[in-house]
Design a protein around this ligand. Structure first.
Ligand code: 5GP
Ligand code: MG
Length: 181
């Protein structure tokens, strides 16, 4: 059994302040064509991030595109099954495009690395990565996200789009899930 931490690891106010700053960092550094968001975990982050990006991009924001893919390797457990499955990439015109790849969290890093490899194989001009959360301690493959919202410790987190067995996604704060006996 699992229970939520007594208070949020990162509360909604902190999230929104950091997402606004992150949008300024991205807009200053990278003029992407298409923001690709990995469902389902990144949906809430993506909605907030795109609104904040539009505030800083001005008229340029009208030219930005968004596309959603489904990347899964977890099933219903807390550990990655290690096998990355990606749906929806084939529907996006990627050739020669500059991509901003957005995901909820970089854990072992294999999802993000796998996605970058697929995008490069599809002929993109450039790909940079953005994650809301980074667990550096858990990294197993050689990838560094270009834009990171928060560095977190090796804990399982839920809320703000992130789930455990498809629960907890609607929560506006990020919580740690702890094992009970
Ligand atoms: P990676 O391929 O980097 O090991 O895992 C990335 C994916 O695992 C993320 O997109 C996310 O779906 C899931 N994941 C990794 N750590 C956590 C966590 O602490 N909480 C939740 N809810 N999902 C996680
Ligand atoms: Mg994910």
């Amino acid at each position: 059994m699992y229970r939520m931490s007594e208070k949020p690891l990162i509360d909604a106010t902190e999230i929104h302040e950091r997402v606004a700053t992150l949008a300024r960092e991205i807009a200053a550094a990278y003029d992407y064509d298409i923001l690709i968001s990995a469902l389902t975990g990144a949906y809430m982050f993506t909605a907030d991030l795109t609104r904040e990006l539009a505030k800083v991009q001005g008229i340029n924001a009208t030219q930005k595109r968004i596309a959603f893919i489904k990347a899964s390797s977890y099933g219903e457990s807390m550990e990655s099954s290690g096998k990355l499955q990606v749906q929806g990439l084939e529907r996006i015109n990627l050739q020669g495009k500059k991509i901003l790849m957005v995901d909820d969290i970089a854990d072992t890093g294999s999802t993000l690395l796998g996605l970058c490899e697929m995008l490069r194989e599809a002929g993109v001009q450039d790909v940079r990565t953005c994650v809301l959360l980074n667990k550096q301690e858990r990294r197993e493959v050689d990838i560094t996200a270009d834009f990171v919202g928060f560095e977190i410790a090796n804990e399982f987190v839920v809320g703000y789009g992130l789930d455990y067995a498809n629960n907890y996604r609607f929560l506006p704060d990020i919580w740690t899930l702890q094992e009970t006996n």
